[in-house]
Design a protein around this ligand. Structure first.
Ligand code: ZN
Length: 385
């Protein structure tokens, strides 16, 4: 059994449903410490939702060394109904060339591959020109308030310089390495309450119907071109997810209408610009409203440079694939890391079964994934040597 497969199975065996870490970070630290990593826990959060975080760094002896960070999460999403799984989700199981278990593809295979890649790189390179770090958390799948963002804030306060980051999220589609993420869109939600005056439906002159007041503004908002996107991102989109109004009675004009909406926005628009433009429409239509905003994450973009180049070359050398750069999908912890690291990409195994019943990863993809990570280390190291 390969070391990567073995470590992946050991991690799957630990039932680390968010925010539980279930000993995964200790296991990883026990592998990194003998390689010369200084391992530091940065656990955070209340006792009722304690999040485990690990910052580990192995520093080069060279003064001008740059830092490559491997980032990821040990937590997994809940299993869902156990009777629908073919086997216990926390007992790693092989069938038809696949390794089954919760977290196998999201993202314990990546964590194992990163650790073993470092073991191999360190064994072969006694005097590296790069610093290597790990930034791991047990809350990426949950609220993500005490995980990566806390570690990033601490590193920022310390003046720690990060240069490149690879997040191990499962980004591949058919084969490991066929797609990487070089950015992600931002997400911003709003809760809009349009105020009217409740009244009898037979006496509309004595009431103000907030649904009627809102309708023309809503019609205008859905037609707005917020931006046109760019070479890496689709245009910013605005979508309504919920509308609530009405008392339940058929003879009452409601007093308020509540609308939940969300922007998925690219690097062509800032949250402030989008907020201003949306409010301008509401004001133009003379609405009386309250509006609460939640910025879930800012967009990030890593344009082709030394990290993207090293990853593309590593994937081509290992698999023969020309990897596709993509910014699709939801948010990831890359949004926090991009605030302290200029180049962030995401690279991991196939994502076809993530978060599903019977999550699995092709066993044959583990060694190539580990080799790609190691080749990136070798490439970046060679460029600095
Ligand atoms: Zn994940």
């Amino acid at each position: 059994m390969s070391r990567t497969l073995q470590l992946t199975e050991q991690l799957i065996s630990r039932p680390s449903v968010t925010p539980e870490d279930a000993g995964c970070l200790d296991l990883i630290a026990s592998r990194l410490t003998p390689l010369g990593f200084a391992c530091e826990r940065m656990d955070s959060g209340p006792d009722t939702f304690r999040v485990s975080n690990l910052w580990a760094v192995k520093r080069s002896a060279h003064a001008k060394a740059k830092t490559l960070v491997f980032a990821g999460h040990t937590d997994v999403v809940p299993t869902g109904p156990l009777d629908q799984w073919t086997q216990d989700p926390f007992t790693p199981t092989h069938r038809h060339g696949m390794l089954y278990g919760r977290g196998s593809s999201d993202m314990k295979a990546s964590l194992a591959a990163m650790v073993v890649a470092c073991e191999e790189f360190t064994a072969a390179c006694a005097d590296p020109s790069i610093n290597i770090a790990f930034l791991l958390t047990s809350d990426e799948e949950g609220p993500a308030l005490d995980g990566t963002v806390v570690v990033c804030n601490t590193l920022k306060a310390r003046g720690e310089r990060l240069d490149w980051c690879i997040v191990g999220e499962p980004t591949s589609v058919q084969r490991t390495g066929d797609m990487i993420k070089n950015g992600r869109r931002g997400t911003m939600s709003g809760k809009l309450t349009v105020k009217g005056v409740q009244g009898h439906i037979a006496y509309p002159q004595l009431a103000q119907n907030p649904i009627h007041l809102l309708s023309p503004a809503l019609a205008e908002l859905v037609t707005i071109e917020w931006d046109r996107g760019n070479a890496f991102f689709p245009p910013t989109s605005w979508q309504v997810s919920n509308i609530h109004a009405g008392t339940g009675a058929s003879n009452v004009i409601p007093g308020a209408c509540v609308v939940d909406f969300n922007f998925r926005f690219c690097t062509e628009s800032t949250p402030e610009q989008l907020q201003q433009r949306l409010c301008a429409v509401l004001d133009k239509h003379g609405l009386n409203y309250d509006l609460a905003w939640t910025i879930g994450g800012l967009p990030f973009l890593t344009t082709p440079g030394d990290l993207v180049g090293a990853v593309q070359t590593a994937i081509r050398d290992e698999t023969g694939l020309d990897t596709e750069l993509s910014t699709t999908g939801g948010t990831s912890d890359g949004r926090f890391i991009a605030q302290v690291c200029p180049q962030v990409i995401e690279l991991g195994p196939c994502n076809a079964t993530i978060h599903k019943i019977d999550e699995c990863v092709p066993v044959a993809d583990l060694e190539p994934l580990k080799n790609i990570y190691r080749r990136v280390l070798e490439q970046l190291n060679r460029a600095l040597a």
